[in-house]
Design a protein around this ligand. Structure first.
Ligand SMILES: Nc1nc2c(ncn2[C@@H]2O[C@H](COP(=O)(O)O[C@H]3[C@@H](O)[C@H](n4cnc5c(=O)[nH]c(N)nc54)O[C@@H]3COP(=O)(O)O)[C@@H](O)[C@H]2O)c(=O)[nH]1
Length: 896
C-alpha cells in the first residue's frame, strides 16, 4: 500500500466531523414540546436539552426511533420532517443541535447535504449498500452513522450514537467551545466516543495492514481509482505486469494519464493490435470512454493479460490484470490443433463425432459431408439407436449398448442407413470412451466412414463365392452351409426338414442337341420356377449341371405329415417344371425327377442326406422319370452296396478279375460272321457278375476308362488268336465303347495302340457306339471316327432307334453298321409300330449303304419276320448267349 494514499476515516477528534459550533442545549433540561408534524417547527426551549431534527421519509421508522430515544432520553426534543426540503426552516433556525438524516443520498449529493446541516451534529442512518458513503461523509462533517436494519435492531445503537453526539451543557464547556470543538471531558459521552474511535482506529490499521499484505501477495495486478478517476490504490504486481515506474503511480495519475503513457510507449501496438476487439475502442479513445468489463491485451514482452474493470457505487473503478499467458498459449495450441484436425478432416471423407454421457450426439465434424449422408441436424441430440439402422435388430442394439454402458471402446460397428431419398448406404463407426481429469465418464468420441462401396464389393465377392452365376441361386457351397444349419435347427426345434434332389430328365440331350445357350436358358427358367414353388425361408440351390436341390425347413413334427408337406411341394415342382418353356421362340418340354429325404428326428450328416436324396432321385428316374421318390432304408442298403461295389471294382481292375464273353453274330443262313465282346466280372465272392451291375457304376465313377481300355486290348488279343486259324480269321469282333471313353482326346491313339501292340487286324475290329454320342460335339466325333476308319477300324451304331439320332448326322458318320435295338425286335411280331420301325431302319440302312444287325433275336418267329424284311444279320439268344471264346469257337466250328 502506498503511504501517500488517504487512510481510513479519522476519529472525531482529528476530523472536521464535529459540529462546527455548539448547540444551545444543556444536560438535565426539562423536556419540551415535540412536534413531528411536517412543516411545523416546535418553539425553541429556553433550557439546554438536546434537540433533534429527524429527517426521515419512513414514518414507521421514525416512530420506532423516537420511542427508543424517549426511553433513554425522555426530555429530548425531537422534530420530525419527512424530507430535507421540509426541514429547511428548522435548519435555518439553528434550534436543533443534532440532525438525524435517514436518507439515501448519492455520493454526489452528500457534500451539499452535509453542508446544509453545518453547525449541527449529524447522524446518518444509511442502508447497508450505502455504507461506503460513510467514509466520504466523514470528510464532509458527518458526526456518525448507523446502518439501518429492516428489523429495527439498529435503533438502540442509533440512540447510543445520538447520546454520544449530544452536546454538553454550556456551563460545562470551556470558553472557546462556543467557536471551536473540543474533545469531551472525561466521564462525559464524548470521552466514551473517543475510546470507541481509538478502538476503531486500531481496527482500521489492522485491516489496512491485512489489506496491504493481501494486495502485495496477489498474483493479479490491481489498482483502484477514486470517483474522479485518479488511481489511489495499487499493488506492486500491477507495476510489474504493466512495466510501470513506481513514480508514475505514486503521482496518482488518472486512468487517461495511464492509458496515454502506455500508448506513447507503444504498449498497445502501432494500431492497437496488441489489444483484442473488446478493449480496442477503449484503448484507442485514450481511456476516455467507459471501459469494457473484460478484454485481453498482449504486452510487448509477449505476455497475455486479462484486464477486468469493475465500477463501484461511488463512481470509482477497480481494475485487475491477470497474466493468462499459459492459458492463452494452451488455447492457441488447441486452436492450432483444431485447425489441423479440421484441415485433415476436410480432406478426408471420414467424419468425427462426439457423444455426451447419455450417448447423444453433441458434435459431428464431417469431412466430405455433401454426399447425401445424414444431415448433422438429424443427428444432434439423438442416440445411435434412436436413429436406427436397417441391419440392426433389437438384440444387436442391446449388445452395442452394453458395450457403451461398460465404457469400453468399440471398433467397426457396421450400420446400414436409409437416406431421405430412400437410397441406402453403409457406414462403419469406431469409438472410445472419454473421461475427465477426475476419471469421470463424459461420453464417447470416434470416427465414422462410408463403406457402401466396400460392402458392394463384398456382396459381389460373396455372390461369386456362394451363388451360381447363371441362375443366381445359392451354389453347392452355400447349400451345404445352410443344410448344416438346418439340420441343427431341426434337431433343436424338434421339427422336420426335407431335402429334394431334382434332376432334369433328358437335359443332356437338349443341351447337346440344341446347344449350351438353350440349355442355359432352360436352367434359368427352371430356377425361377423352383423359386416360386417354395417359401422365402426355404432354399433353392443349383447343385451343378441340371441338378437342383430344394431345402425345405420347418416341416411338421410328425414324420408322416412332414413327408406329406414335402410331397406336396415336390408335386408342385413336377407340375410347374413340366409346363412348356419358350426358348428361341419355340416351345420345349422338360420334366424333373425328384428324390426326397427327410431329416430332423435324429442327428444327420450333410453328406448322408445328399446321398439319400440323390439315391431317391435315381429311384425316381428308374421309376419312369417325371416322378418323385422318397428315400427309404432299402435305398440306404443300396447305397452301401454301391459303395462296396465301387471299391471292389477298383480292386477287380487291379487284380485282373475281368474277362470277355463273346456273343455270336450270324447271317441269315446261321453262319457265324463275328461276335460282340461283352465284359464279365469274375468276382471273388459274388461269382460271375453281369455288366448291367457294374457298367453304370463304372460310368459314374470314371472306372469305365481303364475298364474300357482293358476290354479293347483283350478284344485285340482275341482277334490275333482268331487270325491264327483260317476258320476264325474272317470273324469280326464288336467292342462296346462308352461315350465317356470315346470322348477321351487320346481315344484314337489308345485303339491304334492296342491294335499295334497286339498285332490285330484293324479291319476285324468294330467299335459299337451309341446314339447318345451324337448329342455331343458331332464334328469331333466324326473327326475321331474318320481317324480310326482310315486305319480300317469299323463302326457300328448300337441300340439304333432309341435315341435322338439326326439323319443328317447319320449320313456324315463313317459308319458301316446299324444295330436294331432288341426292344424293337422283342415285339416286332406283336407291335405294328415296332415292326414299322424295324422296316424303316432296314430301308434307311439300305439307302445309306449300311450293314444291319438285329439284336435280341430269341425266337424263330422273330428271325423269320426279320429275314422277310431283308435283315441280313442277327444276334440273340436264338443263336447263342455270350460265352467264352473257346465255347464260341467250338459251337461254330464247321463239322468235320
Ligand atoms: N462299355 C461297355 N459296355 C459293355 C461292355 N460289355 C457289356 N456292356 C454293356 O453292358 C450291357 C449289358 O450287357 P450284357 O449283360 O452282356 O447283355 C448283352 C447281351 O447278353 C444281351 N443280349 C443279347 N442277345 C439277347 C437276347 O436275345 N435277349 C436278351 N434279353 N438279351 C440279349 O444284350 C447285351 C448286349 O447289348 P448291346 O451292347 O446293346 O449289343 C449292354 O448294354 C452292353 O452294351 C463293355 O465291354 N463295354
Amino acid at each position: 500500500m502506498n503511504p501517500d494514499r488517504p487512510g481510513p476515516p479519522q476519529p472525531p477528534s482529528a476530523r472536521t466531523a464535529w459540529p462546527s459550533g455548539p448547540s444551545r442545549v444543556g444536560v438535565g433540561a426539562a423536556p419540551g414540546p415535540i412536534s413531528d408534524a411536517p412543516g411545523r417547527v416546535a418553539p425553541v426551549q429556553a433550557i439546554d436539552v438536546p434537540s433533534v431534527l429527524w429527517v426521515d421519509a419512513d414514518d414507521a421508522h421514525f416512530r420506532r426511533g423516537r420511542q427508543a430515544l424517549a426511553r433513554r432520553c425522555p426530555d429530548w426534543r425531537v422534530l420530525h420532517r419527512p424530507r430535507l426540503d421540509d426541514a429547511a426552516t428548522a435548519l435555518a433556525s439553528q434550534s436543533w443541535s443534532i440532525v438525524v438524516l435517514c436518507l439515501t443520498p448519492s455520493a454526489r449529493d452528500l457534500p451539499d447535504l452535509l453542508a446544509s446541516c453545518a453547525g449541527r451534529s449529524v447522524l446518518l442512518c444509511l442502508d447497508a449498500d450505502q455504507e461506503a458513503l460513510a467514509a466520504r461523509a466523514f470528510r464532509h462533517g458527518l458526526g456518525d452513522y448507523v446502518v439501518r436494519q429492516s428489523d429495527g435492531t439498529h435503533l438502540p445503537e442509533m440512540v447510543y450514537r445520538l447520546q454520544a453526539l449530544a452536546p454538553v451543557g454550556r456551563e460545562a464547556l470551556p470558553p472557546q467551545a462556543a467557536t471551536k470543538p473540543a474533545p469531551p471531558p472525561a466521564g462525559s459521552v464524548r470521552t466514551v466516543d473517543a475510546r470507541i474511535w481509538q478502538d476503531a482506529l486500531a481496527q482500521l490499521q489492522e485491516q489496512r495492514q491485512a489489506l496491504q499484505v493481501t494486495l502485495a501477495s496477489m498474483s493479479q495486478g490491481i489498482f483502484k481509482t477514486d470517483p474522479e478517476g485518479r488511481i489511489t490504490v495499487y499493488n506492486q504486481r500491477v507495476l510489474e505486469l504493466l512495466n510501470l515506474p513506481e513514480s508514475l503511480m505514486a503521482s496518482r495519475p488518472t486512468m487517461a494519464d495511464l492509458t496515454r503513457v502506455q500508448a506513447m510507449r507503444g504498449d498497445f501496438g502501432a494500431g492497437y493490435q496488441l489489444v483484442d476487439a473488446r478493449g480496442m475502442p477503449y484503448v484507442a479513445s485514450g481511456g476516455s470512454i467507459e471501459p469494457p468489463a473484460l478484454y485481453w491485451r498482449t504486452t510487448q514482452d509477449g505476455r497475455t493479460l486479462e484486464v477486468r474493470t469493475a465500477r463501484l457505487a461511488d463512481g470509482s473503478l477497480v481494475r485487475t490484470f491477470t497474466d493468462v499467458s499459459d492459458y492463452a498459449r494452451v488455447q492457441q495450441q488447441l486452436r492450432d490443433s483444431e485447425a489441423r484436425f479440421r484441415s485433415l478432416s476436410d480432406l478426408s471423407s471420414d467424419w468425427y463425432w462426439e457423444q455426451d454421457a447419455q450417448f447423444r450426439f453433441v458434435q459431428l465434424v464431417a469431412g466430405d459431408w455433401s454426399d447425401n449422408r445424414l444431415p448433422t441436424d438429424d443427428v444432434a441430440g439423438r442416440t445411435r439407436w434412436e436413429m436406427g439402422a436397417l441391419n440392426m435388430t433389437p438384440a444387436d442394439w442391446a449388445a452395442h449398448r452394453a458395450v457403451l454402458e461398460k465404457h469400453q471402446p468399440f471398433r467397426d460397428l457396421e450400420l446400414h442407413h436409409q437416406r431421405r431419398d430412400g437410397s441406402t448406404h453403409w457406414i462403419s463407426v469406431s469409438g472410445v470412451p472419454v473421461f475427465d481429469a477426475q476419471g469421470a465418464f463424459c461420453g464417447y468420441r470416434g470416427v465414422g466412414r462410408d463403406i457402401t462401396e466396400r460392402k458392394s464389393v463384398e456382396e459381389k465377392v460373396e455372390r461369386l463365392a456362394f451363388f451360381d452365376a447363371l441362375t443366381g441361386l445359392p451354389n453347392r457351397r452355400l447349400l451345404l452351409d445352410r443344410l448344416q444349419r438346418a439340420i441343427a435347427f431341426a434337431l433343436r426345434a424338434e421339427q422336420h426338414g426335407a431335402l429334394l434332389f431334382i434332376d432334369l430328365d433328358n437335359f443332356k440331350d437338349l443341351n447337346d442337341t440344341l446347344g449350351h445357350d438353350t440349355g442355359d436358358q432352360l436352367l434359368v427358367q427352371v430356377a425361377e420356377r423352383l423359386r416360386g414353388c417354395v417359401r422365402d425361408s426355404d432354399t433353392v440351390a443349383r447343385f451343378g449341371g441340371d441338378e437342383f436341390v430344394v431345402l425345405l425347413q420347418a416341416l411338421h413334427q410328425e414324420p408322416t405329415r412332414a413327408s406329406a408337406e414335402a410331397a406336396r411341394v415336390a408335386q408342385l415342382i413336377i407340375d410347374r417344371l413340366g409346363a412348356a418353356y419358350t426358348m428361341a421362340a419355340t416351345a420345349h418340354h422338360s420334366t424333373p425327377s425328384i428324390g426326397i429325404t427327410l431329416f430332423g428326428r435324429t442327428a444327420s450328416r450333410v453328406d448322408d442326406l445328399l446321398k439319400q436324396a440323390d439315391m431317391a432321385m435315381y429311384q425316381a428316374k428308374a421309376g419312369g422319370r417325371n416322378t418323385v421318390r422318397f428315400f427309404d432304408p432299402d435305398m440306404q442298403a443300396a447305397v452301401s452296396a454301391r459303395s462296396e461295389l465301387e471299391s471292389d471294382l477298383r480292386h477287380g481292375l487291379q487284380h485282373g478279375e475281368f474277362l470277355l464273353h463273346y456273343q455270336p453274330v450270324v447271317d441269315s443262313a446261321g453262319r457265324l460272321l463275328g461276335a460282340e465282346a461283352l465284359v464279365r466280372w469274375q468276382h471273388p465272392r459274388r461269382g460271375l457278375v453281369p455288366p448291367s451291375e457294374f457298367i453304370p457304376l463304372a460310368e459314374q465313377t470314371g472306372l469305365i476308362l481303364p475298364l474300357g481300355r482293358w476290354v479293347l486290348e483283350a478284344a485285340c488279343r482275341q482277334l490275333v488268336v482268331w487270325a491264327q486259324s483260317a476258320v476264325t480269321r474272317p470273324f469280326f469282333l464288336s467292342v462296346n465303347v462308352s461315350v465317356r471313353q470315346f470322348r477321351q482326346p487320346e481315344f484314337a491313339e489308345q485303339v491304334l495302340g492296342a491294335l499295334q501292340a497286339s498285332g490285330a487286324n484293324p479291319e476285324r475290329l468294330k467299335l459299337e457306339l451309341t446314339e447318345s454320342l451324337m448329342a455331343t460335339d458331332v464334328e469331333e466325333v466324326i473327326q475321331r471316327m474318320e481317324q480310326l476308319r482310315e486305319r480300317g477300324v469299323g463302326f457300328s451304331l448300337d441300340d439304333f432307334g432309341t435315341g435322338y439320332s439326326s439323319l443328317s448326322y447319320l449320313k456324315r458318320l463313317p459308319l458301316e453298321q446299324l444295330k436294331i435295338d432288341r426292344g424293337f425286335v422283342r415285339d416286332v411280331l406283336a407291335d405294328a409300330n415296332d415292326a414299322a420301325i424295324v422296316r424303316t431302319i432296314l430301308a434307311l440302312a439300305q439307302s445309306l449303304d449300311l450293314q444291319v444287325v438285329a439284336e435280341g433275336v430269341e425266337t424263330t418267329g422273330q428271325l423269320e419276320f426279320l429275314r422277310r424284311l431283308g435283315c441280313p444279320a442277327f444276334q440273340g439268344y436264338l443263336f447263342g448267349r455270350p460265352v467264352p471264346a473257346t465255347v464260341l469257337e467250338r459251337a461254330f466250328r464247321p463239322a468235320p
